[in-house]
Design a protein around this ligand. Sequence first.
Ligand code: NAD
Length: 360
Amino acid sequence: MERILVLPGDGIGPEVVAEARRVLEVAADRFDLKLEFEDDLIGGASIDARNTPLSDAAIDRARGSRAVLLGAVGGPKWDAMPVDVRPEKGLLRIRKELGLFANLRPATVFPALVDASSLRREIVEGIDLLVVRELTGGIYFGEPRGNALVDGRREARNTMVYDEVEIARITRVAFESAQRRRKEVCHVHKANVLEVSQLWMTVVEEVASDFPDVELSHQLVDSMAMLLLREPGRYDVIVTGNLFGDILSDEAAMITGSLGMLPSASLGEGGVGLYEPVHGSAPDIAGQDAANPLAAILSAAMLLEHSLDAPDAANAVREAVSAVLADGHRTADIAGQSFDGPVTGCRAMGGLILARLGDA
Ligand code: NAD
């Protein structure tokens, strides 16, 4: 029996995660997987109930699970809280406690949604890339950091630091992912200015020699920001550090259309994977059955692939999503201006995916 910990979180989190969980249940039935689910709290919901954005008990439960399916955290109710007890701290803590150093963000264009992108159809068609971002190192965590008064002036400091072990393990994740895809890795850096990037260059090249079947290229981060808009279809797997990956993964994601379509996986050495939609808790539409559950459902597909070693089930979920979109069903966020049909709610969209998945 494989245990899945469900952390719905805040806002639309519970709505979209409920649909993703239903999809996992049907996929388990169809592909003969034995799953059991447990629920716990994260984010604002946990602050309200337990005065902490993530309890030790929830962490223990996560460690005892095969995978964690997470919704989203945050909302105006908790915006004024001190930084240490903000909902986002729950996310940072679970990533840290589970040692999740690799963040995988696919950016894929479903044929039915080509026109949802703000880029021209011919640029967007065929985009199928994966951003592999280092998640637990770099400037977001480096020491020294903080504020000081120096010669009467306010100063603030952060440190970008990586060691070779951190670089090598994320690079391996990228190359292994590429082996299951089109066998190309592009390393994104700023080696003309940063010593940290020069070390990345060296270590990435060393790891690459273990993967002779995968082609490696390097690209400066500023060029990459432009190239992703000009010819995104050119890239397969992009590997980079925490800061560059944070920015580029959002850019790559948005060229494909709506936030409501984007899944993610975070993997580590401990064997527990964390799967969550890229979007936030969308308080503006929470409780209205208006959220798009497809990002959460596609995150569940990543869970099937990476944590349960069930690529057939994962593909069946993705095909069900593709087929439902091709049939013309749209939640409000992906309806577009020319859409004249009735928009589908969150629960109903989940139901359509279930029906496809069960039938197929
Ligand atoms: P957001 O992603 O929640 O929403 C941005 C916009 O996209 C909103 O208009 C929202 O309605 C829409 N949207 C997002 N997901 C959607 C979906 N599935 N279906 C339809 N529309 C969707 O970002 P935000 O508004 O900047 O942040 C809201 C809250 O979420 C804040 O408290 C923020 O801190 C938090 N947040 C959490 C995460 C996370 O949990 N991983 C990520 C980003 C933001």
